[in-house]
Design a protein. Structure first.
Length: 131
């Protein structure tokens, strides 16, 4: 199967997962703060950091599955365009404090999650080497 079909399958799954999980989180919190999008961006960063570090360091994940999980799933799942729009909406509404919190939390937590994913992948790789 060509790589673009693997990406398409991952993108479809990621988009559906983003919609379902983001909506569920937003409804459960009942907040006007875009916590669903924030959670999606942070968890997507965690998964991408883990998969890329692990996949590039071991032949355990082939190029097809790597494309499905990274460009496909994570690309369809994460929501940078939504994040940008929600940030702009908060600014347009004059809610500068919440906009600053949202932008700051999204960037800081997403970077932290990416490094956490990288660290988890390193630990798994070390464990595999010991076995």
């Amino acid at each position: 199967m060509p790589l673009n079909l693997w990406v398409a399958i991952g993108s479809a799954a990621g988009g559906v997962l983003r919609f379902l999980l983001g909506t569920l989180i937003q409804q459960r919190t009942g907040s006007t703060f875009p916590v669903g999008t924030l959670a999606i961006n942070v968890t997507g960063s965690l998964v991408l950091g883990f998969v890329l570090r692990y996949a590039l360091a071991t032949p355990a994940i082939g190029p097809e599955v790597r494309a499905l999980l990274t460009t496909g799933l994570c690309g369809g799942y994460t929501t940078f365009s939504t994040f940008s729009f929600e940030s702009a909406a908060l600014i347009e509404d004059g809610d500068y404090r919440r906009a600053a919190w949202y932008v700051g939390l999204t960037v800081a937590l997403s970077l932290a999650a990416t490094f956490l994913g990288i660290g988890l992948a390193k630990e798994l790789l070390n464990l595999r080497r010991r076995l």
